[in-house]
Design a protein around this ligand. Structure first.
Ligand SMILES: *[C@@H]1O[C@H](CO)[C@@H](O)[C@H](O)[C@H]1NC(C)=O
Ligand SMILES: *[C@@H]1O[C@H](CO)[C@@H](O)[C@H](O)[C@H]1NC(C)=O
Ligand SMILES: *[C@@H]1O[C@H](CO)[C@@H](O)[C@H](O)[C@H]1NC(C)=O
Ligand SMILES: *[C@@H]1O[C@H](CO)[C@@H](O)[C@H](O)[C@H]1NC(C)=O
Ligand SMILES: *[C@@H]1O[C@H](CO)[C@@H](O)[C@H](O)[C@H]1NC(C)=O
Ligand SMILES: *[C@@H]1O[C@H](CO)[C@@H](O)[C@H](O)[C@H]1NC(C)=O
Ligand SMILES: *[C@@H]1O[C@H](CO)[C@@H](O)[C@H](O)[C@H]1NC(C)=O
Length: 453
């Protein structure tokens, strides 16, 4: 076989191994399992419990008065490992509870270890799908559960509507505590709200020799606190049999709550394996959509349009500024009264419109116009900046022409300078008719005049 073919084969084998090893089940064996998400995991589900396409274990589905259960598909044979007594075991799981009406929330959920996985004969609401109104607390139930209870029931002597409880065969907790955790650094108790829809992790540990049960709670991403929130001593060998099922139970009442399990691990005679929290599935977004689809489309377009609009305004403004930019130098101070703003000339001549053109001479075009403020009729000559004389001399000449008084001459009132052209402006005082100087005549038309040079 060629070397390259062998390389292809090994690549193929790698791919196959990758595919086989990749599912959420990172490891399962007789005495432990860990699921970081439940995609492809074979759970035994009943009621409304489902595994969502992205791997969330959804215990109830947002409809009232229903229950759901999810069990590890195979039971654990405790007897084989511990001579007929319940061995030490340890569980950890990541959960989140969503509450449609946060103030008066629906019911919670429970982790359970039970002799049977048939919980069909149970009730929803405050029974959490664990018991019914006839068998609550009976020794024949054979279960141990840790409840995350989000509603207060006097019937079961609940301490509040946000507590953790250890339940044996029924919902009257053996011991319970408000939800929270003890800070490792200062030992202070921090409250947690079970229905906050924030991901939290629970650890439950049973010790065979001491029959001690510890329950610890913490926000996700926090290492397991040293001090448990809740503990008790109870010999589970008096509750459970040789063969047990492990799983979850949850229910809804008249007010909707939804309970999710994102990751789960279990170990017998060993600590529960660590859940890889980086692989946990995403929780669905709950509650009212923060933004409608229409807004999602309209908002970016609107924003873009606004930006373009503002940009266009800025460009127009800058162009306008440039359009009226004038050239002004220190020596012009003495000619101050004769200086006109370019903007005024543009307005007076309607932007040097061709219909305002009086004529074109050797040095430039002459336009008629009306000064906006004084309503004086004027003629404006635009001269381009190609004069060999100095600018100062040119302006001085223009101003001195302005002092000339002649019947046939228009009085020259002033000038204006721009970066690329010279405009001088003449005023037509008495509205003489056409004029002739014998020299150069730039404008011949009634009611309008120009300047001569
Ligand atoms: C929940 O499940 C029940 C029973 O299967 C079904 O009738 C109901 O429509 C479901 N609710 C939602 C919101 O899917
Ligand atoms: C799931 O587990 C059950 C119980 O062990 C078994 O009967 C069933 O065949 C399994 N299903 C799959 C798809 O592996
Ligand atoms: C089970 O009991 C036998 C005899 O009592 C003992 O030798 C053995 O160590 C026990 N096994 C375990 C796992 O405790
Ligand atoms: C579960 O238990 C009920 C009685 O409580 C029984 O009617 C039903 O057949 C059982 N289901 C299974 C799958 O064994
Ligand atoms: C924790 O909750 C209790 C009521 O359960 C309340 O009295 C206490 O003030 C809360 N502590 C903090 C720090 O919020
Ligand atoms: C209940 O739990 C608390 C907190 O862990 C503990 O201090 C107390 O001793 C427990 N009570 C019983 C009866 O186990
Ligand atoms: C727990 O109960 C079982 C069965 O009753 C008994 O054999 C065992 O010694 C008890 N364990 C402890 C630590 O008391």
């Amino acid at each position: 076989m060629l070397v390259s073919e062998m390389n292809h084969l090994s690549l193929l084998l790698h791919l196959i191994f990758f595919i086989v090893l990749n599912p959420s089940v990172l490891s399962t064996s007789q005495d432990q399992f860990v699921y970081s998400g439940f995609t492809g995991v074979n759970l035994t589900l009943d009621g409304v419990a489902t595994v969502t396409p992205n791997g969330l274990l959804e215990l109830t589905n947002g409809t009232t008065l229903l229950k759901g259960h999810a069990f590890h598909p195979t039971p654990f044979h405790f007897g084989e490992t511990s001579n007929g007594t319940v061995p030490s075991f340890s569980v950890s799981y990541v959960f989140a509870i969503y509450c449609a009406v946060p103030v008066i929330c629906g019911h919670g959920m429970a982790f359970l270890v039970a002799a049977s996985n048939n919980f069909s004969n149970t009730m929803p609401t405050q029974y959490l799908g664990l018991t019914n109104d006839h068998n609550n607390g009976k020794a024949t139930n054979h279960f141990f559960a840790v409840e995350l209870d989000t509603s207060q029931n006097d019937e079961f002597k609940d301490i509040n509507n946000n507590h953790v409880g250890i339940d044996i065969n029924g919902l009257n907790s053996v011991n319970s505590s408000k939800a929270g955790y003890y800070d490792d650094s200062d030992g202070n108790l921090h409250n947690l709200t079970l229905t906050s829809y924030k991901m939290m992790q629970v650890w439950v540990e049973y010790n065979r020799d001491s029959t001690h049960i510890d329950v610890t709670l913490a926000p996700l991403y926090m290492a397991k606190p040293i001090k448990p929130i809740l503990s008790t001593t109870y010999n589970l060998s008096r509750v459970l049999t040789d063969m047990v099922y492990v799983g979850f139970s949850a229910s809804t009442g008249t007010i909707i709550s939804q309970q999710y399990v994102l990751g789960w691990s279990f170990g017998v005679n060993r600590p529960a394996p660590t859940i890889d929290i980086t692989k946990l599935p995403k929780l669905p977004r709950q509650g009212p959509k923060p933004r409608s689809k229409v807004l999602e489309i309209v908002l970016p377009i609107g924003t873009a349009a606004f930006v373009i609009f503002v940009g266009a305004i800025v460009v127009l403004f800058v162009r306008r500024r440039l359009r009226y930019t004038e050239l002004r130098e220190n020596w012009e101070v003495e000619f101050g009264p004769h200086r006109f703003s370019y903007k005024d000339l543009v307005h007076a001549t309607k932007g040097f419109k061709s219909e305002n053109l009086l004529g074109a001479g050797g040095f430039g075009r002459v336009y008629k116009g009306v000064l906006q403020v004084s309503k004086l009729e004027i003629a404006v000559k635009r001269i381009s900046h190609d004069s060999k004389q100095g600018m100062k001399e040119f302006v001085a000449e223009v101003v001195s022409i302005g002092r000339l008084q002649h019947r046939n001459l228009v009085k020259l009132h002033g000038y204006c300078r721009r970066k690329d052209s010279r405009s001088s402006k003449a005023l037509h005082p008495a509205c003489s008719t056409s004029m002739r100087t014998g020299k150069k005549l730039y404008s011949i038309e009634t009611s309008s005049q120009a300047m001569c040079s």
